[in-house]
Design a protein around this ligand. Sequence first.
Ligand code: SF4
Length: 87
Amino acid sequence: MAKIIHEHWKCIGCGACAGVCAKYWEMGDDNKSKLKGADYKDVGEGKLGELTIENPGCNKDAESACPVQCIHVKEEKTKEGTPEANK
Ligand code: SF4
């Protein structure tokens, strides 16, 4: 499993993520990018997007391409039998 995190408020709208990973990233009306299907919630600084998917795929390219490092890919290994596995 992989969790993709987007610190939306840091985004400068360069479009690199949508360029390398259009499957998951698109540019929004606010000229910042948007992680498709992500749940965006308000945290103090701004909006934080989170999406959990099976395989990070091209999100790793988006993470590397982002000039302000506001995309984070966290790969999680689920261990059977632990409470985390059912989250
Ligand atoms: S690459 Fe980073 S700064 Fe550029 S649009 Fe995507 S999230 Fe925003």
